[in-house]
Design a protein around this ligand. Sequence first.
Ligand code: 26W
Length: 834
Amino acid sequence: MTSERIVLPNLPQNDAPEELLQQYGCGPIKFNGSNNALYERHLLFDNALPSSEVGNRERYEAAARSVRDILSQRWQQTDQAYNQENPKRIYYLSMEFLIGRSLSNNILNLRLEPLVGQFLKENQLDELAILAEEPDAGLGNGGLGRLAACFLDSMAAMQLPGMGYGLRYEYGIFKQTIVDGWQQEQPDNWLRRPDPWEVARPQHAVTVELGCSFEVRGGNLKAITGAPSKLLGIPYDRPIVGYGGKTINTLRLWASAAPNSFDFQEFSAGEFVSALAESLTAETVTRVLYPDDSTSMGQGLRFVQEYFLVACSLADLIRRFRMNNSDWNNLPDKVAIQLNDTHPSLAVAELMRILLDDAALGWERAWDITKRSLAYTNHTLLPEALEKWPLRWFELMLPRHLQIIGKIDRLLRQEAMVRWPDDQGRVERAAVIEPGGGLVRMAHLAIVGSHSTNGVAAIHSRLLRDVTVRDLAELYPERFNNKTNGITPRRWLLLSNPDLSNCITNAIGDRWITKTEDLERLKPLADDGEFLGAVRMAKRRAKLRFAEWLKSQAGIRVDPDTIFDSQIKRIHEYKRQLLNALRIVALYNRIRENPHIDMPPRTFFFAGKAAPAYHVAKLIIKFLNNLADTIDGDPATRGRLQVVFIPEYCVSVAERLVPASDVSNQISTAGYEASGTSNMKFMMNGALTLGTRDGATIEMADAAGEENFFLFGLTAEQVAASQGWYSPWWHYENEQETRAVLDLILSGHFSRYEPVLADAMRNILLTGGDTYRHLADFTSYMEADMRLQSLYAKPQDWTRMVVRNLAGSGRFSSDRTISEYASAIWNAKPCLVP
Ligand code: 26W
């Protein structure tokens, strides 16, 4: 594997607006200001509304459509360039793309802000109100889906011929409301209004064949055996604008539908209603995103969704390959398919089916081509998240794939037997089909059927190789590698934090936008008083802006003169929101016991969703809300401690809270968080990290210098080594503050009306054995917190540390990650669009 870096193009930074439009092939078209101008035409004609009835939603649609008009020429040129040059293409297959909003991001990446700014001013329009009309495209649960979206941004910015394939869910991640402290879920009907970014391409619809038919009963899919059926996949394309607008790639999302062919016979036979019912069943497949993060629920509909994504995407990319290439042997030289977790790992069997049955290749040839075309990324080690699908479902729906997987499993066992002739246990551990259980291990299928398996941070890749799939890693050591995650600095710094961005650009110029390694040049400025003042001012502005927004949105008042201390991510026991709660209770106790104690005032922010079926996670949300209420109502801590649970965490909320935060909590039990990516967002936005040695946080501390991080807690090795003997009771009995905190919680102080809550806390933290080691890490968390508090009392020193973090954060750009994937896994090069 080589590791040559791809160099991003230098972009002309200051084109005049008219020249920009020319560059996008728009000729004499204007954005506004004439009879023919884009915006005015859209506003006037698209909704056929009199101007008196035009509101911000219509203005948003007109603005988005205008921006799409501007980029559409360039979008087509990108496609043409790829067709002409026939470069190796990258296909990123993912069940999730957590995109968020697109209008402001596309304006930024097209560098249209001067033009749009001028337009807004001339027309006296409220920019924020218009932008707020765009719903978040919430087609993902959390880190894995957001990573996919950042990767698309980086591929386009780096002019790589990459494309995303996903599903066009009608309902994205549920909307969260908090009622009496409890999470309630509402459907996210984000397509209720037409989405201006998507373009339907019915001419490229794909037919998917299944071995059975389906009925929807009680919300679940019921298979009807012996009646093969077909589904239609209709592609909807979304533009992915690379920074500078040179390359505009495509995210292709598939919507399921019934093939119209079979309706007709039934219509004429008088079965009008049942024919339509059938099409409703077909449309069910892409109706809703599964809201489970880290647990495989093993639902039949999910299995069909996964196959549907794989079948549509492979058919589509093979069609494209065949347009320019006649020799199947060239597939791995022209196509790199990256599997985002095991969710699309049926691609191994599907590509084999295509090569064996459609291309009529022999097994050896087909197997070699398949392995060289596919690569797999693992995103979690949690056993409950590793997908295993029943053989029975393959028999029913995908009998041909079952044959193929059966043969893959037999050949793998033979190989393992040669390697470990005396160890049947190892052979069974390595196998694809689980012994006895009748289950297919999808991670094993992805590993044997591809040439690369990577984890998403150094520690995670190591644990994956040495522990989780050790046997396969010993069989195929050359396949295993690490690609530490990253985030796009365009959305997560330039767009979301204009004050800090300006401050950086004023100091070192704007090359950092595409070359984040430039941020290292900030390091000497850690001793420049003027620069420190500017950074402090930028943080203050972001906090004021956030406080303003929170007041207007949720009616919650927070004080920007307090430390903003945040933990925002999915609610999960291993992420340990409860450890954070223990810390807050300890601080609360300290103030109540000693009202004159010297402690900087703080605001603690939580945000995150719980999987609707994850009972404990929902109890944690309730507990956090009770904590907030109790502390709010206690005069002893008023003005000194405040806890806020922000409902409906999503990309847009993160874009606001991250820039405003002073402290980032990354406190998972070591060994459990594969990488984390919000940790990187906070670091790039000038927050200091309180964290465990887990995931990418380890590498972040390394990059900034450990002395600039507040690390605490057990290492992954210590957590594993204590498996046999760990007991939370020891901490309860021997640590005074630990006991005081638990006693207060268990007394019902925070759950007077819900005794079940105190019971649940006792069970999670004590009687249930404290699986995630909250109590083991509590004391060292408090120590780290004390160090942080005393640093905050010295603003100059605090900001100096912030700058050292910023200077070390460049490595965590997704441009760096993508350049590593491109050179070491994909062997793909940029393809310039003339
Ligand atoms: C099948 C149910 C299911 C759904 C999603 C199981 C597992 C998942 C994901 C793998 C969970 C996920 O988002 N993992 C996160 O991936 C991020 C991007 O690599 C990492 O930064 C996070 O640490 C990891 O938890």
